[in-house]
Ligand binder design. Structure first.
Ligand code: SOE
Length: 390
């Protein structure tokens, strides 16, 4: 059998997902073949150029028509968040398996309706998954496995940060990521969502309550002329930034451990620095995306003369995903997570194996994001994540 994929959107994430779809069948021994069938974009010429560049068989402009086509099995959503819900719900109703970029939606209400659609579709064997790709960096999967095996013991504290600096220049243009209508929130939803998901994923514990603050450092920016935003060029005139530039918050995990979260686009000198450190009574684990082939481990149970953080080189065939790639010691990079994501999703579709992150997990992140915004609006009061906040 061949699984035929339609991808809706073709910006930065569209490029990353295209690499994933193209490489997964070559690198992994997948149960079925994968065909990159159709790429969808609003502008016909741009969609056609992107399809040609990334190896899609054809391009189209009307996602509504594409998600109901008989010759499409998987719909991959890489648009801005404001239309995730509409596309995902239509695709699931049409019986398509759905992979949706993070954050899953722009609001809790949208995420709830997506989960309802996914639950109905699951009864017919249809899969829905959220693209929190960093779960599939081998060192992050290993971190999760080591925690599950008790290597850090009882978790006392987590420090999670995602730091970028692409907005430090006040002349960086007003991309869709800076507009609430399109993005829902700013650094909070775009990169804060990653560290919320990663914390819940690696610890297996839900964020139960939060207290935080958000800030918009540069309130007006030049309008965007062309480009995706991260690398766009400016047009004449200025417009309002309607989202946060940075968000700093504390989370309380089920069981009581505290997490410090920092999501910022104003960390001068930090380009794409995601770090997470989990501290427990038996040990600690530290991951740094800028050094993604290593996982640092502190073993408190080792003789004290041997104690200290050691670096595990996560490049060996015994490590998650690595055996499919190069001989031992040959490092991986940013795009490999997207390949692992495509391979895992195809495997789940073909075998019926669970596809994580589920839409329920996507909704749980959305609830945390929403609670942070409510806390920020209430002078950083603690907000319970599971209570309705609106
Ligand atoms: C922009 O901040 C961004 O592209 C995020 O949207 C992605 O999820 C992350 O992988 C890199 O940074």
């Amino acid at each position: 059998m061949t699984l035929r994929v339609a991808m809706i959107g073709h910006g930065f994430m569209g490029a990353a997902h295209s690499v994933g779809w193209r490489q997964a069948p070559a690198i992994f021994d997948l149960p079925d073949r994968v065909e990159m069938s159709v790429l969808v974009g609003r502008d016909a010429a741009a969609a056609e150029a992107a399809a040609r560049k990334w190896g899609w068989s054809e391009s189209a402009t009307d996602w509504r028509e594409v998600v109901t086509r008989d010759d499409v099995d998987i719909v991959d959503i890489v648009t801005p968040g404001d239309i995730h819900a509409e596309i995902a719900i239509a695709a699931l109703a049409a019986g398509k398996h759905v992979l949706c970029e993070k954050p899953m939606a722009n609001s809790v209400a949208q995420a709830e309706s997506m989960l309802a659609a996914a639950e109905q579709a699951a009864a017919r064997g249809t899969k829905a998954m959220v693209g929190f790709t960093y779960r599939r960096v081998p060192a992050v999967t290993l971190l999760r496995d080591l925690i599950a095996q008790g290597k850090v013991g009882n978790i006392h504290q987590v420090r999670a940060a995602y730091r970028q600096d692409w907005l430090v220049d006040p002349e960086t243009p007003l991309a869709w990521r800076l507009q609430k209508d399109h993005a829902g929130s700013g650094a909070l939803g775009d990169i804060g969502a990653h560290i919320i998901d990663m914390t819940q994923f690696v610890t297996g514990l839900a964020v139960d309550a939060v207290s935080g603050t958000v800030q918009t450092v540069v309130p007006r920016r030049p309008l965007l002329d062309s480009g995706s935003g991260l690398s766009g060029t400016a047009a004449e005139g200025y417009g309002d930034v309607t989202v946060d530039d940075l968000a700093i918050f504390t989370g309380r995990l089920a069981g009581g451990a505290l997490v410090s979260f920092e999501a910022t686009r104003f960390a001068t000198g930090r380009k794409n620095a995601l770090t997470i450190e989990v501290s427990g009574d038996k040990g600690a684990l530290l991951f740094d995306l800028e050094d993604l082939n290593r996982l640092r481990f502190y073993d408190r149970t080792a003789p004290s003369r041997l104690q200290g953080f050691t670096a595990i080189l996560v490049t060996e065939p015994v490590h998650p995903y690595v055996a499919a790639w190069w001989p031992a010691g040959h490092v991986l990079g940013y795009e490999h997570g997207f390949v692992h994501q495509a391979a895992d999703f195809v495997t789940a579709v073909c075998t019926g194996a669970p596809a994580h992150p589920t839409f329920a997990e996507g909704l749980s992140v959305q609830r945390v994001l929403d609670a942070v915004q409510h806390s920020a609006a209430a002078e950083s009061a603690w907000v319970d994540v599971h209570e309705p906040t609106t």
